[in-house]
Design a protein around this ligand. Structure first.
Ligand SMILES: [Zn+2]
Length: 613
């Protein structure tokens, strides 16, 4: 391809909103242009690399027997109402109406669409397992799209969905997907951190995220210095430095020598810091009690004491009973923070948030800052596991300017539920080996997830087994963001002059730069282009009438892995020569003109084979 025949508008300047390297370089190299906030168009050079990522993903999905289909991007809102996500997805779901007033969503993900398609065709166990995927446009109405295609509103995702008759069958597809994902990222030249996010609370279902390290990543990862434990902070656990007492009796026994709980006046003391100063104690001897509002709680709350939400209980004949809105008190050691994602998972809630000041006053009978687990009757108390080790603590006493001293778990209060809901931090201990955990920022490129019966049940999928009995299939889902993957490759492979593409997804493998594109030089450059293309190599020839300096600068910016410089001086040697340089290296190598194409083609093919191995 001649550079003047394609459309690569390179730039020297950087757009003001481009704060990360991939955004700057994709813009400057003429790969993308912005149409609007969070909406990007791929120009020819960008699209070539994008298609290569897409093909790697497609090859690996096909290799594990997943079948590509092409559903629509606009999905009937009815399906989202069936799954319940019409209500729970919130503002990030783009909803549209057609001229007849029918509601639709612009797909941010496609569990509903795939479930509906399979539902209509599924009748027998013989049709399962079934694994389907699409590589298609998605839309999420992000409040603050940023970082170029790394976090746009519109993006392309490969999303696969699988349906099974048994957990074993789901496990197998899930493992195949995990292996395929590792191959996809390796072939793209990417270093990913697979983050296991196995959550026991969700009934043994599993999930694994594939992260890349990024200073602007929207995930915090906790990694172990001594083993390969890696977890998203949303799920991370840590080794406890005490033995938890899971029964109230054990707590009571441990408090045998603790003086009785006693109310103390704490005038004008509201924050934990103020309280610690006032009582000359540390925050770790304080039981912090926070009031949370949870939405769409699927946990059975019938036995929960004082559950306000029961008033708003709504149930349907065939879905688990769901409590639309419920309040909880969460007690945790004062030096720790509640992890709201872990809390929502334990409550099987779609969302949790701190209750309003008015709700706190109504439910605890005290202004904000004086909640405590002792005597709290209007709310179920969920205690973080750290509280079970506390047998001489300070807590709020449910009245203004009043606290309790000598509070003991098991003796003075018995929580409704004990769970691990703390936010794990750098310096905490690894749950596997006890080593020290440290933090990294990461971006999620892919996610594989055992969904279980969540959608198949809500959307009424069923099949008949060998004896004619009806069953609900179990389901998995598996996504990869293609734009993010491409941008992440640039984040990992660049220098101050521009991109350094891995051969597997470089828009072109070779860039031919004639010093002056005419006469003998033109003839030699054209011949090299033709010879390489014949050998299956993608070639870009800079046929512009520009100074060599300008051409070299653009070549570095665009980042094509191999550059052949064709000039008079080297061509008149006997035998004639050209210069070959890898984008990563500083030095040129003189190669015989007649050998340049076959040697380079061989080298590139070997590199591709190595990445694809
Ligand atoms: Zn470890």
């Amino acid at each position: 391809m001649k550079l003047t025949k394609t459309f690569v508008p390179t730039l020297r300047e950087v757009p003001a909103d481009a704060v990360i390297v991939s955004h700057r370089l994709m813009f400057r190299a003429g790969m993308i242009r912005k149409l609007s906030n969070g909406l990007f168009a791929y120009l020819p050079l960008g699209l070539r690399s994008f298609r290569k990522v897409e093909n790697i993903v497609r090859e690996e999905m096909n290799a594990i027997g997943s079948l590509e289909i092409k559903p629509t991007v606009v999905i009937p809102g009815e399906l989202w109402k069936e799954s319940g996500r019409w209500e729970t997805m919130g503002e990030s779901l783009l909803r549209v109406k057609n001229r007849l007033g029918a509601e639709f969503v612009v797909s941010p993900t496609a569990e509903e669409a795939f479930s509906a398609l399979v539902r209509d065709e599924l009748s027998s166990y013989r049709q399962l397992p079934l694994s389907l995927y699409q590589i298609n446009t998605k839309y999420r109405d992000e409040i603050r799209p940023r970082y170029g295609v790394m976090r746009g509103r519109e993006f392309v995702m490969k999303d696969a969905y699988s349906f099974h008759t048994s957990d074993e069958s789901l496990d197998k597809t899930y493992e195949d997907m995990g292996r395929a994902y590792r191959r996809i990222f390796k072939r793209c030249g990417l270093t990913v951190i697979p983050v296991k996010a196995d959550s026991g609370a969700m009934g043994g279902s599993g999930s694994e995220e594939f992260m890349v390290e990024s200073a602007v990543g929207d995930n915090t990862l906790l990694l172990c210095k001594s083993c390969d434990y890696a977890a998203n902070v949303e799920k991370a656990e840590c080794k406890l430095d005490f033995s938890p007492r899971m029964s109230a009796e054990a707590g009571k026994a441990a408090a045998a020598s603790t003086p009785p709980a006693k109310k103390i006046d704490t005038p004008n003391v509201r924050t934990i810091d103020e309280l610690c100063a006032f009582l000359k104690t540390s925050s770790s001897s304080f039981i912090k009690t926070l009031i949370y509002k949870a939405l769409n709680v699927e946990l059975d709350l019938k036995a929960a004491p004082g559950c306000e939400g029961l008033k708003k209980h709504k149930s349907s004949p065939d879905s688990p009973e769901t409590c639309a809105e419920a309040f909880f008190a969460v007690a945790i050691r004062g030096d720790l923070d509640v992890n709201e994602i872990k809390l929502a998972a334990r409550l099987k809630a779609s969302e949790v948030a701190l209750a309003s000041e008015a709700d706190v006053e109504r439910l605890t009978g005290a202004p904000l800052g004086f909640a405590g687990p002792v005597g709290l009757t209007k709310l179920p108390v969920l205690a973080d596991i750290t509280v079970t080790a506390m047998n001489d603590a300070v807590s709020g006493a449910l009245a203004k300017d009043l606290h309790y001293k000598h509070v003991a778990y098991g003796r003075d209060f018995s929580p409704w539920m004990i769970a691990d809901v703390r936010t794990v931090k750098a310096g905490d201990r690894c749950p596997l080996c006890g080593g020290e955990l440290y933090e990294k920022k990461g971006n999620e490129l892919g996610h594989i997830f055992k969904l279980g019966y969540k959608y198949t049940k809500a959307m009424k999928l069923s099949y008949l087994d060998e004896s004619g009995k009806s069953h609900i299939p179990t389901m998995g889902c598996y996504g990869i963001g293609l734009d993010r993957t491409l941008a992440s490759v640039i984040e990992e492979h660049n220098d101050e002059d521009g991109i350094i593409w891995p051969v597997s997804i470089a828009p072109y493998h070779v860039m031919i730069v004639p010093i002056k594109y005419d006469g003998k030089v033109k003839e030699a450059a054209d011949n090299l282009e033709a010879a390489l293309e014949k050998m299956g190599i993608d070639v870009l020839l800079d046929d512009r009438e520009e100074r060599p300096g300008v051409k070299f600068k653009d070549a570095d910016l665009i980042g094509i892995p191999y550059r052949i410089v064709v000039g008079d001086k080297n061509l008149i040697q006997a035998p004639p020569k050209v210069e070959i340089k890898h984008r990563r290296e500083k030095e040129n190598k003189l190669v015989e003109y007649s050998k340049a194409a076959p040697e380079l083609a061989e080298k590139i093919k070997a590199e591709l084979a190595e990445l694809n191995r």
